[in-house]
Design a protein around this ligand. Structure first.
Ligand code: CP
Length: 311
């Protein structure tokens, strides 16, 4: 494994290996053991062309706890503002002898583009590209589900909201199906569903009452206003009334259903605070698990003899 760009098409044993490896790191993200020397001497470059709180920080923490050196490129004040092309920027960063790029970009396909052009031995981890994929988010979500529910086979999972613009939803759907989840549902208004939704291996619902019935996991999504160009949207108040998660709407879900959200949350739009901060919410555990899962992925890509070679 050289790059980690998508969860689409990944074989189940590999998905499980990522989760098992993350499990082995959970002790290292506790307070007693701070670091392991697996990536000593390696350099990871965080290249975020879009804002991030959770992903960039947990990648940095994960790399640091593996003893790698981490560089955070401030793209806004980089020489891109003077007209330097993406490829020239990459060539110059590669000349500093780095081992991996962690890439977030507003355009779908950018991480793959960088992976295609990266020098041999350099790995690329996709930290979110446009509306295409956010595979490390999906894997930390899978880790959190497994932590709470054990196996995937009996689970009914509902993904709710802006499926159309969500790279998280696509990566979650591929990961859930790859891990053998019993039933993956999406719940959304027609205007927020992609044209190819029927090909994704999901059951489609347009109302919360039927879509949430008996589900074990509810994965809420943020309304991605920054990616909306002329979509016919209800107002935020209308959206919350129809699709915002409340205790009342949750009444039809399994009593032990867990509530997830990749963050950032728009409170009062996707869910209210009673649910976001309530006893069934595992939202902050998702963030914690992001460190272990990103440690797992970086150790698998960079940490073994011969890693960094093309698969
Ligand atoms: N979930 C997620 O990608 O959050 P950030 O945008 O803060 O990284």
């Amino acid at each position: 494994l050289r790059h980690f760009l998508t969860t689409e098409g990944l074989p189940r044993p590999l998905l499980e290996q990522i989760l098992d490896t993350a499990e082995s790191f959970t002790g290292v993200i506790g307070k007693s053991v701070k670091k392991v020397p697996l990536l000593r001497g390696r350099t990871v470059i965080n290249l975020f062309f879009e804002p991030s709180t959770r992903t960039r920080t947990t990648f940095e923490l994960a790399a640091t706890r593996l003893s790698a050196d981490v560089l955070n490129i401030n793209v806004a004040v980089s020489s891109q503002s003077k007209g330097e092309s993406l490829l020239d920027m990459l060539r110059n960063l590669e000349a500093m002898q780095c081992d991996a790029f962690v890439v977030r970009h507003a355009d779908s396909g950018t991480a793959e583009f960088i992976a295609r052009h990266a020098q041999p031995g350099i790995s690329v981890l996709n930290a979110g590209d446009g509306r295409h994929a956010h595979p490390t988010q999906a894997m930390l979500d899978m880790f959190t589900i497994r932590q709470h529910k054990g196996s995937f086979e009996p689970l009914r999972v509902a993904i709710v909201g802006d499926i159309l613009h969500s790279r998280v939803a696509r990566s979650q759907i591929h990961a859930l199906n790859g891990l053998g989840a019993g039933e993956v549902r999406v719940i959304a208004p027609r205007t927020l569903l992609p044209r190819d939704v029927e090909t994704l291996g999901v059951r489609v619902f347009h109302d919360m009452q039927s879509g949430l019935r008996d589900v074990d996991v509810v994965m809420m999504l943020r309304l991605q206003r920054e990616r909306m160009t002329g979509a016919l949207l209800p107002s935020e108040g209308e959206y919350f009334r129809l699709y915002g998660l409340t205790e009342e709407k949750l009444a039809v879900a399994h009593p032990e259903a867990i509530i997830m959200h990749p963050g950032p949350i728009n409170r009062g739009v996707e869910m209210n605070s009673a649910v976001a901060d309530g006893p069934r919410s595992v939202i902050l555990q998702q963030v914690t698990n992001g460190v272990a899962v990103r440690m797992a992925l970086m150790s698998m890509l960079l940490g073994r003899p011969g890693s960094g070679e093309d698969a």
